[in-house]
Design a protein around this ligand. Structure first.
Ligand SMILES: *[C@@H]1O[C@H](CO)[C@@H](O)[C@H](O)[C@H]1NC(C)=O
Ligand SMILES: *[C@@H]1O[C@H](CO)[C@@H](O)[C@H](O)[C@H]1NC(C)=O
Ligand SMILES: *[C@@H]1O[C@H](CO)[C@@H](O)[C@H](O)[C@H]1NC(C)=O
Ligand SMILES: *[C@@H]1O[C@H](CO)[C@@H](O)[C@H](O)[C@H]1NC(C)=O
Ligand SMILES: *[C@@H]1O[C@H](CO)[C@@H](O)[C@H](O)[C@H]1NC(C)=O
Ligand SMILES: *[C@@H]1O[C@H](CO)[C@@H](O)[C@H](O)[C@H]1NC(C)=O
Ligand SMILES: *[C@@H]1O[C@H](CO)[C@@H](O)[C@H](O)[C@H]1NC(C)=O
Ligand SMILES: *[C@@H]1O[C@H](CO)[C@@H](O)[C@H](O)[C@H]1NC(C)=O
Ligand SMILES: *[C@@H]1O[C@H](CO)[C@@H](O)[C@H](O)[C@H]1NC(C)=O
Ligand SMILES: *[C@@H]1O[C@H](CO)[C@@H](O)[C@H](O)[C@H]1NC(C)=O
Ligand SMILES: *[C@@H]1O[C@H](CO)[C@@H](O)[C@H](O)[C@H]1NC(C)=O
Length: 557
C-alpha cells in the first residue's frame, strides 16, 4: 500500500501520510464490503433473528470503524428468539400458575387437619392459606413476571404482616436467569374469613424474608423479629475461573489460543465482533478457547476519557453462562499449565503457530496439535481477530452470540430499577451525543430531541403521569426536566446507590478486582439502560418515532 509514495521524501511527508491514510480507509472499507457480502451468504442461523441485521449493526458506519450506535448494547439474550431457548433442566424453573395454587389449596381444604378459619383469628404467616392469597395477589399484580418458587412466609414487623421471598424471571428477558424479590404484605380476612392481601410493600420491602435458600446452602430460615443480616452477595453467581485440573488432562485437551491483536483497546463492538470470531473458530475446531479476561475499555466509555486496561470480562458479561455453553479456559491458567508441562516432561506439548489470518479455520481442522496458537503481529488492520472469520471462513464459522449474555451483576441492577417501578413503566430511548451534533448526517436529530419537541411527541405516545424511564447518552442530567411536568421521569443516575459504595454490586465487583473498588463505567451504563428499556411496556425509539432522520445518517433508510 505504501510503496507508491516512498520516492518523494522531504516535501511529501504530509502527502505520504495523507495517501497512506486514504489507502488505509479504502482498504478497511473494501474489507467491510467483502465481509458484508460474505456474511450475506451465510447459511441460515437457527438462533439469530436475522444475521443480516447483525451484520449491518456492526459494519454500517460512515467511518467504517465500528462506530455505530453506542447508546444501546445488544447481547445474546436480546437477540435470541425466545422459543429457541429451552428451559433449563432445574425443576424450580416451572412457573407458578393459578391452577397450581388451586391444586395445593384443594389439598389443604381436603386434609383432615384443616379447619375453618375464624374471622377473629390472628394472621398466621405459617398458614399455607396465607401464602396462597399472596401468590394469587402477585399473579394479578405483576403480569410481566413469571413466579418460580416461594419460600414460606415469615412474620413481618406487625402481627398482621408477613414477609415473603420468591424467585422470578421477567417475561421480557429471554435468558432463564432467575432473580429474587422479597416483599411485605399486610393480610386481612375477607369474605367467608379467607386470607386477603390488603396492602403489598414495594420492591425488596420484606426484609425478614431476605435470606433465601440457595443452591449452595440449605434453608437459612430467618427467625422473625430478628433482623436479617444484610445480603452480602448474590450467591447464585458462580463465575470463578476454573482451573484446568491435572497435568494429564491439560495434555489431553485441544486448545485454540489467540494472542492479543490490534483489537485491544478498540471499541466494545469491535471487541465483541472479534471475540466471538475467535470463540466461533474454537467451536468449529472443537477446541477449548483460551481467553484473556483482561479487557481494555476504550476511552469513549471511560469517565476519565482515556483507554483503561485491566477491566475484567466478568464486569460486563456472564462468564458463568459462557463456561456452561462453551469450552473456555483462562489465559493465565493455561500458560501456567503449559509451562508446567514443558518443564516436567521430555516430550513438549505439540503446538502450531499460525501467523496470518489468511490461514483459514478449515485448513486447521485436520491439525492434531494440542495447541493452535494464532498470532496477530502484522500491522493494522491485518492484526484484527475478526479477520479470521472473513471471506470463505464466514460460511463455516458462526459467531456464538447465544454464549454471550450480560453480567448477572448488571442484570441485578436492571431488575432492581424495573422492580422499583413495579415493572409498570414506559421508556424512551433518546439518542443524542455525537449524532445530535453532526448536522450533516442527522440534520433534524438535535431539534427533534430537544426538550420541547420531546414533550410534544411523547404526549402522543405515552399517557400522562406514567413512570417514564429515559435511556439516553445525553450527559446533562437536567436536560429532561421539562418532561417532569407530565411524567414521573426516571434516569439511570437516579439509581446511583445501586452501584454506590454501599451496594451489593460494589461489594461483588470489588471481589473480582482484588479488593479494589470498580468504577461504574459508560459501558455498564449502556448495558443497564438497554435492558431497562427492553422491559418497558411502551417503548419509544429515537429513530422513526421521535425523528424521521435515518438511523445511520442521511439517505440510509
Ligand atoms: C472518522 O472518525 C474520526 C475519529 O474518530 C473523526 O475525526 C472523523 O471526523 C470521522 N470522519 C467522518 C467522516 O465522520
Ligand atoms: C378452599 O376453601 C376455601 C374456604 O374455606 C374456599 O374459598 C376455596 O375456594 C377452597 N378452595 C378449593 C380449591 O376448594
Ligand atoms: C399457624 O399455621 C401453622 C400451619 O397451619 C400451624 O401449624 C400453627 O399452629 C398455626 N399457628 C397458630 C398460632 O395458629
Ligand atoms: C409470628 O407471630 C405470631 C404472633 O403474631 C407468633 O405467635 C409466632 O410465634 C411468630 N412466629 C415466629 C417464627 O416468631
Ligand atoms: C362465601 O360463602 C357463601 C356461602 O357459603 C358463598 O355463597 C359465597 O360464594 C362465598 N364467597 C366466597 C368469596 O367464597
Ligand atoms: C436441607 O436439609 C434437610 C435436613 O437437614 C434435608 O433433608 C434436605 O434435603 C436439604 N435440602 C437441600 C436442598 O439440600
Ligand atoms: C459489603 O461488604 C462489607 C464488608 O465485607 C459489608 O460490611 C457490607 O455489609 C457489604 N454490603 C453489602 C450491601 O452487601
Ligand atoms: C462453581 O463452578 C465451578 C465449575 O465451573 C465448580 O467447580 C465449583 O464447585 C462451583 N462453586 C460452587 C460454590 O458451586
Ligand atoms: C470434540 O473433542 C472432544 C474432546 O476434546 C471429543 O471427545 C469429541 O469427540 C470431539 N467432537 C467432535 C465432533 O470432534
Ligand atoms: C462511600 O462514599 C461516600 C460518598 O462518596 C463517602 O462519604 C463514604 O465515606 C464512603 N464509604 C465507604 C465505606 O467507602
Ligand atoms: C415507533 O415506530 C414504530 C415504527 O414506525 C411503530 O411500529 C411503533 O408503534 C412506534 N412506537 C410508538 C410508541 O408509537
Amino acid at each position: 500500500m505504501k510503496e507508491a509514495s516512498t520516492s518523494e521524501v522531504p516535501l511529501g511527508q504530509n502527502l505520504i501520510k495523507l495517501i497512506s491514510n486514504l489507502c488505509f480507509s479504502a482498504f478497511v472499507f473494501s474489507v467491510l464490503i467483502f465481509t458484508v457480502i460474505a456474511i450475506t451468504y451465510q447459511p441460515p442461523d437457527p438462533w439469530l433473528e436475522s444475521a443480516p441485521a447483525l451484520t449491518k449493526l456492526f459494519t454500517q458506519t460512515e467511518n467504517a470503524t465500528f462506530k455505530n450506535d453506542d447508546s444501546i448494547l445488544k447481547t445474546g439474550e436480546d437477540l435470541v428468539a425466545s422459543a429457541a431457548i429451552s428451559p433449563a433442566i432445574s425443576p424450580s424453573n416451572s412457573a407458578i400458575t393459578e391452577a397450581m395454587i388451586e391444586k395445593s389449596e384443594k389439598l389443604i381444604n381436603d386434609s383432615a387437619a384443616s379447619r375453618q378459619l375464624r374471622c377473629e383469628e390472628k394472621v398466621n404467616c405459617s398458614d399455607p392459606r396465607a401464602l396462597f392469597a399472596i401468590e394469587r395477589f402477585n399473579l394479578r399484580a405483576f403480569k410481566s413476571i413469571v413466579f418460580l418458587e416461594y419460600q414460606p412466609p415469615v412474620n413481618g414487623s406487625k402481627p398482621d404482616e408477613c414477609d415473603v421471598s420468591w424467585r422470578f424471571r421477567n417475561k421480557k428477558e429471554k435468558s432463564w436467569r432467575k432473580y429474587r424479590d422479597f416483599r411485605r404484605f399486610k393480610l386481612v380476612f375477607g369474605e367467608n374469613c379467607t386470607y386477603k392481601v390488603d396492602h403489598a410493600g414495594g420492591w425488596h420491602s420484606g426484609v425478614n424474608a431476605r435470606r433465601f435458600r440457595t443452591r449452595f446452602g440449605n434453608a437459612t430460615a430467618t427467625r422473625a423479629g430478628k433482623l436479617a443480616p444484610p445480603a452480602v452477595r448474590d450467591e447464585e453467581i458462580n463465575d470463578t475461573i476454573p482451573s484446568l485440573g491435572s497435568e494429564l488432562s491439560f495434555r489431553k485437551g485441544r486448545y485454540l489460543y489467540y494472542s492479543r491483536g490490534g483489537d485491544y483497546c478498540k471499541g466494545m463492538n469491535h471487541y465483541l465482533w472479534s471475540f466471538l470470531c475467535g470463540l466461533g473458530e474454537a467451536m468449529h475446531l472443537n477446541r477449548t478457547f483460551v481467553m484473556d479476561f483482561s479487557v481494555c475499555l476504550a476511552a469513549t466509555y471511560n469517565p476519565s476519557g482515556k483507554d483503561e486496561e485491566g477491566k475484567d470480562f466478568r464486569y460486563y458479561f456472564d462468564f458463568e453462562h459462557l463456561k456452561e455453553v462453551a469450552s473456555v479456559v483462562e489465559e493465565g491458567e493455561f500458560l501456567k499449565d503449559w509451562k508446567k508441562w514443558d518443564r516436567g516432561h521430555r516430550r513438549k506439548v505439540p503446538f502450531k503457530k499460525v501467523v496470518s489470518h489468511k490461514v483459514t479455520p478449515m485448513q486447521l481442522k485436520k491439525d492434531k496439535s494440542t495447541i493452535i496458537w494464532r498470532q496477530f503481529d502484522a500491522p493494522e488492520p491485518e492484526n484484527y481477530w475478526y479477520r479470521v472469520c472473513e471471506g470463505q471462513a464466514a460460511k463455516y464459522i458462526q459467531r456464538p452470540w447465544h454464549a454471550l449474555w450480560k453480567s448477572k451483576r448488571l442484570m441485578n441492577i436492571v431488575t432492581d430499577i424495573s422492580g422499583r417501578m413495579d415493572w409498570d413503566f414506559d421508556a424512551v430511548h433518546v439518542v443524542r451525543g455525537e449524532k445530535a451534533q453532526n448536522k450533516e448526517l442527522w440534520p433534524h436529530l438535535d431539534s427533534d430531541t430537544s426538550p420541547d419537541m420531546l414533550l410534544e411527541k411523547l404526549k402522543r405516545m405515552v399517557q400522562p403521569w406514567r413512570h417514564l424511564y429515559i435511556a439516553t447518552n445525553e450527559r446533562f442530567y437536567n436536560y429532561f426536566d421539562k418532561l417532569r411536568s407530565q411524567y414521573k421521569v426516571h434516569l439511570l443516575d437516579d439509581y446511583n446507590e445501586l452501584w454506590g459504595n454501599t451496594s451489593e454490586w460494589y461489594n461483588e465487583t470489588m471481589n473480582l478486582n482484588n479488593g479494589k473498588p470498580v468504577e461504574f463505567d459508560g459501558y455498564m451504563r449502556v448495558a443497564v439502560d438497554t435492558e431497562v428499556l427492553y422491559r418497558a411496556k411502551t417503548r419509544v425509539e429515537t429513530f422513526y418515532n421521535l425523528t424521521m432522520d435515518c438511523k445511520d445518517g442521511v439517505n440510509t433508510c
